[in-house]
Design a protein around this ligand. Sequence first.
Ligand SMILES: Nc1ncnc2c1ncn2[C@@H]1O[C@H](COP(=O)(O)OP(=O)(O)OP(=O)(O)O)[C@@H](O)[C@H]1O
Length: 919
Amino acid sequence: MNAPQTTAPDETPPPATVEARVTPMMAQYVEIKTANPGSLLFYRMGDFYELFFEDAELASRALGIVLTKRGKHQGEDIPMCGVPVERAEEYLNKLILAGYRVAVCEQIEDPAEAKKRGPKSVVKRDVIRLVTPGTLTEDALLDARRENVLAALARVKSGEGEDGYAYALAFADISTGSFRVAETDALRLSADLARIEPAELLVPDAIYDEPAFKPIWRALPAVTPLPKDSFDGAGAERRIAGFFQVATLDSFGVFTRAELAAAGAVVAYIERTQLGARPPLNRPRRESSTDVMVIDPATRANLEILRTTTGDRAGSLCAAIDRTVTSAGARLLGRRLAEPLTDPKRVADRFDAVEHLASETSLRADLRARLAGAPDLARALSRVALGRAGPRDLAAIGRGLTEGAAMAGLIAASPAPLELTQAAGVLAGIDPSLAEMLQSALDDELPLNRRDGGFIRPGYHADLDATRALRDESRRVVAALERRYVEETGVRALKIRHNAVLGYYVEVSQQNADKLREPPFDAIFLHRQTMAGAMRFTSTELAELEAKISSAGDRALALEQRLFDELASAVLDQADAIRACAEALAVIDVTAGLAKLAVDECHVRPEVDDGLDFYIEGGRHPVVEQALRQERISSGGPFVANDCDLSPPERARAGRIWLVTGPNMAGKSTFLRQNALIAILAQAGAFVPAKAARIGVVDRLFSRVGAADDLARGRSTFMVEMVETAAILNQATERSLVILDEIGRGTATFDGLSIAWASLEHLHESNRCRGLFATHFHELTALSQRLARLVNATVKVKEWEGEVIFLHEVVPGAADRSYGIQVAKLAGLPHAVVERARAVLTELESADRAAPTQRILDDLPLFAALNRPPPPAPASSVAKADPVAEAVKTTLAGIDPDEMTPREALEALYKLKAAAKGG
Ligand SMILES: Nc1ncnc2c1ncn2[C@@H]1O[C@H](COP(=O)(O)OP(=O)(O)OP(=O)(O)O)[C@@H](O)[C@H]1O
């Protein structure tokens, strides 16, 4: 969903036209609103953020809060709604999720200052921050276990690429500081965006409006079009250098013009939304397009890598393998699964680290115990940098650094592989004095907000201790004064209380009040307020005490604020080191989590190399296996492991394709998916659910599994299936792994069979990829006699007293039937329908089912669309314009399978057979 547009500037009266009857406050509101188009304006008034006019109407609907009125503007009622400041985050969250942006406008002076300018003057206000989906930092607004990425897409004319443009993406998570850039192109853009999963994408106006891109925008949570100059390539370098406070970008590495433009846009947008505050971003790191396995959006969705098709984390691959104990670890695991590597060396480094912690049981347990106490360093640091931190953030950084140093010691105690020694090196390198300072400065129990005070540990700062003593002493003096007044007046129920309006006051019941209003006490007590059952007084003594107490309290608070700033700036001085620590902790967490997974779930270290093998022995589906075990969803036994070997046959230079047939519910889809997931896990650096595995790096993974329509894009189920199949046939290479499940089932039988047949040939002959192809078109199994690298496999079932028993075992060979009716019966189809279906099936099966198979083998030349000399045509080739074939063709042309009843279809089949016999 794209962000709904809020009031455009020209819809509210510009300040110049504001007439005399516009109140000064409204004039200020209108001015600020005009300066912040496209955002809802949270206008601070006391303890509330108020929204006016159209903003109020939109927000009251989105938040389900009451819409009221407040005064008049140019003769019209002003619609208004408000949210209490202390609950603002919760409401902000809802608005951001609904796709809005919010400009937060605060009072930037003390109301007392405003009063000095005259009774009608308005408190100065200004926008201190724009809250957008991609620029959140508050814990309450973020999902701890997910990244929150702001991305920008830039395009520059280059004369290269399909459309003469060079494209690049820059993507940053300001809540953790990661910042990367990568080239992309119009074709792989949606795959890259699916990998990056931006919470908000910035695009130039011109691209935003191009129809070809609209479907891509629709798949994203928020897209923000920006004017061209935000992507100005020439200015970008200066802007980035300014952000990182360096003179030139020379030391950052080499970037393309498009990459610079994209990174410049990200930086400019952060500066704009944070109003000058700088989150501690890493310097942009360049990614090469070949570094990671390309997985298109449909494949990601189909394989449920990070989320299930319904959008839940539970039930996804990520959830099934996540044993991390920190949020940062969970985020890194998600990132690794989203972008499996293609370099066997880097993959091996990750395996070494997992293997080490898998075998070092006690080290693993110690690290995990310490990690569990380590807070989210990266997000805390980001809030410190943006001035949004509380005392708990500072304490979190201190604790994280201390735990980190301890973990470095644990790892370094014995020889460890590279990934772990590198992480330990980073953790050990941090100066311990910062953590010590934070530890000694901050109390054990901390308030959430710095403005509440009371977070500095007694004994840390002498002046603060003295001021606090004064404040507390004064309180004791109040108690003493109360006792004295009780004695002097003889009113035992006399109390000294405090509230925001009166400050300190003396309260007595109505019965006792007269006593205080008579001599001699009327000289001491001054009447202030009459309540239902009580009367309130002040006294000179009390007023003096009050001034002393409040000044000591104010001074203590001010001192604490100063100390907070000092601690924050000490933290920021080491921002780079702290961020590196946060990354190192995440690496250790992911590694230890994967090691634990490997041990608990019996996963093994696969071999990943530059070859073309794909050999899995005893592979399992990690999600289905766990589900079967935990929930006992199936009455059957545990998960049945299966082998899969798509490695090239001897002397062949391309891998195999397995054609998997088998009854419904036998486990074909599960088998297909498990092999794709194993490839992802292996290249992400995780051990895999198998007895053994050897995988030649997969450059692209494609899967067309299951059917879903995309009515929003005007595509039927079959259309979606064909669009996805087209992408696979156009893009798969020898290095790719292709998983196709029941291609062609969404249309009439003959159309479907023909499409499946032609696609299989194309994959085998032209793409030459490794593949798994599941189908109910049993006729296709005959193709293995002609396609050298096509292997038939089937999922075994047993039939027992008319019932089918699923064995879930994948074996060589072909299935002869689908047992669809038995499965339909299991699903509870009415008895009459099941019986009728059996009768129809028997009748249909009595027709010659071998005919299409025969045609595959004899009649059609094998896949003629390639740029290679056509193979010598067989004797009975259609190419010879055989009159019999012509007759079959003519009869076929007259058939519209979609319009036929089963009986007509049967008759048409007989006619075709007759035509084929030359009748
Ligand atoms: N290897 C296995 N071991 C144990 N149970 C399995 C196995 N594979 C699949 N199953 C169980 O069988 C169910 C059906 O599997 P799956 O959806 O893969 O069948 P299918 O052959 O693709 O069916 P259809 O052709 O109807 O789509 C799964 O939900 C799972 O519970």
